[in-house]
Design a protein around this ligand. Structure first.
Ligand SMILES: *[C@@H]1O[C@H](CO)[C@@H](O)[C@H](O)[C@H]1NC(C)=O
Ligand SMILES: *[C@@H]1O[C@H](CO)[C@@H](O)[C@H](O)[C@H]1NC(C)=O
Length: 400
């Protein structure tokens, strides 16, 4: 959601109390007023969350063992959302095949609710746009095998926060969600203002590290901080060492398919987000998705890097002016590498084994994740000519 007060969005208020009460509303909505532990049992079925010591400092809801995948309404639709749009989107996520690739959360962002609560203090779905209510919408989305953000996933945003520190506000919500009787993914969104990587892992499943992303590669603006694809990637990179299964850095949702960038720029955006274990939340209109956009978002090999069980965030490991090497380890001693050309002309980029965590004697097979070709027996380094604003992405598998 927008970070700037100049945003034209409608603001429910007062947001702080609204959010505290949301958990109670969620609980009542989902359990018919009572509380139940069944939901948490389902969530912890994802894995043995007590099996390694580091998990003790994570939010104990069993969710987010790999970064969350799905769709969110904000980047494309802002406040122009309705139950019809959400249902059509859920339909399209399934019929396109995106859901089967792992994109399972259908997330409502702002503007689904009336400005005022009911007499009991419950939030009320906007009658003009969500006339059937959230329960009916959740049932519809669940019947498709998907999950609904607002019910299965809470993005707690930072608008109208009354100046209270996120470190005070977000733990309250975290506890309320744990007590809701349901495993609810908790996405913190305080725009990276108080370095959430340093305190949020025990509270939420992901935290934003930046302001709102824009559908823009590198707009020049000397007056304010930019939240574009390149700068969000860099700001997020600072916190790489804090990410791990169950808790992820979030450089904001995908803009792929929204029209502001070239295909190669979107390919770079998606490749880097996958490598750095960012949430993969589609932000375009999937009801009318074009072939090129689909080809980017549906690349299984790139998605597999994001969803790799080792859960280590890839990092920028080398920079030669505008030419960058990003890399990170994967399961089975493999390494994922992105050669990223942020400059304005084609150039050769080389990743040396020593820079990406491989012994210099290692011989690898290099799978090109966009060309879907494998280069056999590669020694010491991998190089490619990379077009302006484009990237190459590989998985390197050591030969035995
Ligand atoms: C989970 O891991 C813990 C610690 O390693 C172990 O004691 C426990 O038996 C495991 N539980 C299951 C269900 O595998
Ligand atoms: C809002 O959504 C409706 C229905 O999808 C569409 O017809 C309309 O053009 C949209 N309005 C704006 C301002 O985007």
């Amino acid at each position: 959601m927008a970070a700037l007060p100049s945003s034209s969005r409608l603001h429910p208020s007062p947001a702080f109390h609204r959010l505290l009460l949301l958990a109670a509303w969620l609980s009542a909505l989902l359990t018919g007023g009572g509380s139940s532990a069944a939901g948490l049992g389902r969530g912890s079925g994802e894995g043995n969350i007590s099996s390694s010591s580091y998990r003790r400092s994570l939010l104990n809801n069993g969710l987010g063992h790999t970064p969350q995948m799905g769709w969110n309404s904000w980047n494309r639709f802002q406040c122009n959302i309705s139950e019809t749009l959400i249902k059509q989107t859920a339909d399209a996520m399934v019929s396109s095949g995106l859901a089967a690739l792992g994109y399972k959360y259908i997330n409502l962002d702002d503007c689904w609710a009336e400005l005022n609560r009911d007499s009991q203090g419950n939030m009320v779905p906007r009658a003009s746009t969500f006339p059937s209510g959230i329960k009916a919408l959740a049932d519809y989305v669940h019947r498709k095998g998907l999950k609904l953000g607002g019910v299965d996933y809470l993005k707690y945003d930072n608008c109208e926060n009354t100046g209270t520190s996120p470190k005070t506000r977000y733990p309250v919500m975290s506890k309320a969600l744990l007590n809701s009787g349901r495993a609810i993914f908790f996405s913190l969104c305080e725009w990276g203002q108080e370095d959430p990587a340093t305190w949020a892992p025990s509270i939420g499943n992901s935290w934003r590290t930046t302001g709102d992303i824009q559908d823009n590669w590198n707009r020049q603006d000397f007056h304010c901080t930019l939240y574009i694809v390149t700068s969000n990637a860099d700001q997020n990179d600072r916190w790489a060492s804090y990410a791990r299964p169950g808790s992820w850095n979030d450089p904001d949702m995908l803009e792929v398919g929204n029209g502001g960038m070239t295909t190669e720029e979107y390919r770079s955006h998606f490749s880097i987000w996958a490598l750095v274990k960012a949430p993969l939340l589609i932000g375009c209109d999937v009801r009318s998705i074009d072939k090129v956009t689909f080809g980017l978002l549906a690349n299984k090999e790139v998605i597999s890097v994001n969803q790799d069980k080792l859960g280590v965030q890839g990092k920028k490991v080398k920079k030669y002016g505008d030419l960058e090497v990003w890399a990170g380890p994967l399961t089975a001693k493999r390494v994922a590498v992105v050669l990223w050309n942020r400059g304005s002309s084609q150039a050769k980029i080389t990743a040396y084994w020593i820079d990406i965590g491989l012994k210099s004697s290692t011989v690898v097979d290099a799978r090109d994740l966009w060309a879907h070709r494998t280069l056999l027996s590669v020694n010491r380094q991998i190089s490619a000519m990379v077009d302006s604003h484009a990237c190459k992405m590989y998985i390197l598998t050591p030969r035995r």
